[in-house]
Write a protein that binds this ligand. Sequence first.
Ligand SMILES: [Zn+2]
Length: 64
Amino acid sequence: MPVARCAFCTSTPLREVAVSKWTTDPDDRQRLTVWLCGKHMQRVQKAGPNGYAHGAEKFKAGFW
Ligand SMILES: [Zn+2]
């Protein structure tokens, strides 16, 4: 079910995105899906191996 806001801001989310999430060790990551607005979807998808930092957590698109 769609959620009311983006995982990273208060915008209306555009779509659900499969992401990997970690804090310090990228090899110790969680795989989950989050609802993101267009802006944050782009940022996560373009983040590269270092991920998009949101607070202490890093995110990147995909489960690999
Ligand atoms: Zn957002």
